[in-house]
Design a protein around this ligand. Structure first.
Ligand SMILES: CC(C)(COP(=O)(O)OP(=O)(O)OC[C@H]1O[C@@H](n2cnc3c(N)ncnc32)[C@H](O)[C@@H]1OP(=O)(O)O)[C@@H](O)C(=O)NCCC(=O)NCCS
Length: 166
């Protein structure tokens, strides 16, 4: 029997994003990154084949989102952001756990991502889910220039290392 999905943080609902969610997504994006993605970039991802675009909402508003896309048997986590007002309440972890669970159920083998060298919050979150650093991309980011850590999480049951990845 298939085990249940991980429970999100209390009061939090996670669902697929729709174009109607664009405005709050853009507000979170602009409050989270020095080089935010454009509205056009998000619009190109809604409902696209192989893309998982999740949002987290509390009863009143959208509080975060996560986006991945599949490439062959693997996937790339392209974006994960939480409203600055809702951070450190388990929203990012709930989105990541749901993404990992969905991808694992879909037979994806590995989830990859890049993260800024100095992004301690994100790095700790990924480490807590069992991601491991597999490479460094020098000066991958701009504004400010910075190296990226390339992280990987194995999703096949024989590779899973963290509680959040089952
Ligand atoms: C990274 C980010 C998504 C985390 O979201 P969040 O909802 O605040 O994270 P959570 O509350 O789920 O935290 C889960 C775990 O991550 C780690 N963590 C999260 N924020 C942290 C911080 N500021 N400092 C240290 N560890 C942190 C902790 O291990 C935490 O567990 P704990 O609270 O039990 O100690 C959020 O800080 C964010 O949106 N940052 C800007 C965008 C970004 O950098 N995205 C990642 C791009 S790769």
């Amino acid at each position: 029997m298939t085990p249940p999905s991980p429970a999100p943080a209390p009061g939090l609902h996670i669902r697929s994003a729709t174009p109607a969610d664009l405005d709050p997504i853009l507000a979170i994006e602009r409050g989270s990154y020095a080089m935010p993605w454009s509205a056009e970039t998000f619009q190109s991802l809604f409902g696209r084949e192989g893309v998982s675009f999740l949002i987290a909402e509390d009863p009143r508003e959208v509080v975060g989102y996560a986006i991945s896309w599949e490439v062959a048997h693997d996937a790339e986590l392209g974006n994960l952001a939480v409203s600055p007002h809702y951070r450190r309440r388990g929203v990012g972890a709930a989105l990541l756990d749901r993404m990992i669970d969905d991808l694992a159920r879909g037979g994806v083998r590995s989830l990859f991502l890049e993260v800024r060298w100095s992004n301690e919050a994100a790095h700790r979150l990924y480490a807590s889910r069992g991601f491991q650093q597999i490479a460094v991309r020098k000066r991958y980011y701009e504004r400010p220039p910075e190296h990226a850590r390339v992280l990987r999480l194995g999703l096949l049951s024989s590779q899973v290392q963290g509680e959040g990845a089952v």
